[in-house]
Design a protein around this ligand. Structure first.
Ligand SMILES: Cc1cc2nc3c(=O)[nH]c(=O)nc-3n(C[C@H](O)[C@H](O)[C@H](O)COP(=O)(O)OP(=O)(O)OC[C@H]3O[C@@H](n4cnc5c(N)ncnc54)[C@H](O)[C@@H]3O)c2cc1C
Length: 461
């Protein structure tokens, strides 16, 4: 059996590529090293164990739905966020692609309500922010919620399963290349699948695997910045005037002292702060999500500082993971938490001061001192950014605000690809999604899968 297309990875990029290829009448094979949605259950999230067991396939980031299935399911429907696809296909095409991918999410059960940010209230917030040098970026958001997101992705599986071949628990070891042409996949167990073209969409979980492939095929890559910061947790009341309207407030800020670029990221009204187990680097970092059916009294979001390292330094991932490892070391293997007042005055937070404060933590974390972990300029950047944010979110810079450390975003690998997302030097090979550095979120990952699939379909004619 020779398939028309073989897809590595059943995250949003792989799923949407497969849907497009099947719609175009192609014989498709999808492989993912993780499990189906119903079998994905992290023992820590289930409360069975306290420490990561290093499961052969991590239920949080691997399996049907990819990292997206365990995610908050917040779809950002504005072109300026969630990836670089615009650089490949242009703004107009990206807008159309986002609209069509979003419509598919709604068809499969996502909440039809969408948060818009285009009225007089949004304009007023933009004006108020600008007075402090804060750029407020209005975005259209659809919130599916972590729990509902699983149902949507499962509905996509039920739809695709009868129409293509899906192999789960199947680690792709290599892409078969013959005469500079991709001709199929080889699995860890030695078995092979042949196909006329191949899409690699392994996500961030597969970034190391992709790095190996890129090295072997000597594909050109561009370096990317890293983001390092903290997760901020405040009472809902601090953010709700804005989150009721926008769901998420996206802002950019250049700090006065160091002129570093900071941004807010992934805001979760009535949400929960959660640990994220980074298996490739053996680390625990912090993240946040909000559920459709279970609410806290707090809002959390990330404050991230973006750094572009210059020559001769070439290991931004090494730098960020080193910082995260320090936090784990001080916290006994998990997350650190500190009150903003304690960070400002240079003292360690302790359990009793946190208990007396206004914010009841939603995550288990060791009270500590983030200034022993984050380099000085990051601490200053974070404090200055929170002070500026206080203009549009009064109370966010109160002493009781909780800061969890550390949150890192590693985007250091970016492949040089054609506008169709085809690999220039290997016939029959396409790449899409977060792993190739094309996207950084569900919507652009899914859209990049469709872009690749349309080009694959053309090549099969
Ligand atoms: C905790 C968390 C919360 C998030 N919240 C949001 C959010 O609210 N909104 C948003 O837009 N984005 C969010 N994201 C990011 C979003 O999930 C990703 O941007 C998106 O899933 C990327 O899609 P992808 O298809 O490129 O890769 P992924 O979703 O990572 O899927 C890749 C798949 O490939 C598989 N794979 C990798 N290597 C191999 C191999 N060698 N063989 C076989 N299979 C392989 C993996 O098992 C995985 O299932 C979140 C991410 C996390 C981790």
């Amino acid at each position: 059996m020779i398939y028309d297309a073989a897809v590595v990875g059943a995250g949003p990029a792989g799923i949407f590529a497969a849907m497009e290829l099947v719609k175009n009448g192609k014989k498709v094979f999808i492989a993912d090293k993780g499990r189906l949605i119903r079998d994905r259950q992290c023992p820590i999230v289930a409360g069975k164990v306290k420490k990561c067991l290093n499961c052969p396939s991590c239920a949080i980031v691997s399996g049907w739905g990819g990292a997206g299935s365990a995610s908050d399911g917040k779809l950002t429907l504005t072109t300026g966020f969630g990836g670089n696809l615009e650089e490949y296909i242009g703004c107009g095409a990206l807008k159309d692609m986002i609209a069509s991918v979003d419509a598919a999410f709604v068809r499969f059960g996502a909440d039809p309500h969408c948060y818009e940010a285009d009225g007089e209230f949004a304009r007023e917030i933009i004006r108020v922010g600008a007075r402090k040098g804060l750029r407020v970026l209005p975005a259209r958001i659809r919130h599916i919620g972590t729990d509902a997101s699983r149902e949507v992705l499962n509905a996509m599986y039920e739809d695709l399963a009868p129409r293509c071949d899906i192999r789960m628990n199947a680690m792709v070891e290599d892409i078969l290349i013959e005469n500079q042409r991709a001709v199929g996949l080889r699995f860890q167990d030695g078995s092979e699948v042949r196909a006329r073209c191949v899409l690699a969409a392994p996500g961030r979980e597969g970034a190391s695997w992709l790095e190996g492939l890129i090295g072997r095929l000597q594909l050109p890559i561009a370096s990317m910045p890293v983001d390092i910061g903290v997760r901020v947790e405040v009472p809902d009341s601090v953010c709700e005037t804005l989150t009721r309207e926008f769901y998420e407030v996206k802002t950019l800020y250049n700090t006065p002292t160091f002129d570093d670029r900071c941004r807010t990221f992934c805001m979760n009204p009535s949400g929960f702060v959660v640990p994220e187990y980074n298996r490739s680097h053996d680390l625990v970092t912090v993240n946040g999500h909000s559920l459709k059916n279970q609410k806290s009294n707090n809002t959390n979001f990330a404050v991230l500082v973006t750094k572009n390292f210059t020559e001769p330094f070439r290991d931004p991932i090494g730098y960020a993971t080193h910082v995260a490892r320090l936090a784990n070391m001080l916290a006994g293997g998990g997350l650190l938490v500190q009150r903003l007042a304690d960070l400002r005055t240079g003292r360690r937070s302790n359990a009793s001061r946190i208990r007396r404060g206004m914010v009841e933590p939603t995550a288990a974390a060791e009270p500590g001192d983030l200034s022993l972990v984050l380099p000085h300029r990051y601490v200053i950047d974070i404090v200055e950014f929170l002070d500026a944010l206080g203009e549009i979110l009064p109370g966010v810079n109160h002493g009781d605000t909780l800061l969890y450390g550390v949150e890192i975003k590693l985007y250091s690998l970016r492949l040089e690809l054609k506008s169709s997302l085809a690999v220039p030097s290997v016939e029959g090979l396409w790449m899409a999604g977060d792993g190739a550095g094309v996207s950084r979120g569900i919507i652009q990952a899914a859209a990049s899968g469709v872009v690749a699939a349309q080009s694959m379909t053309d090549s099969l004619k």
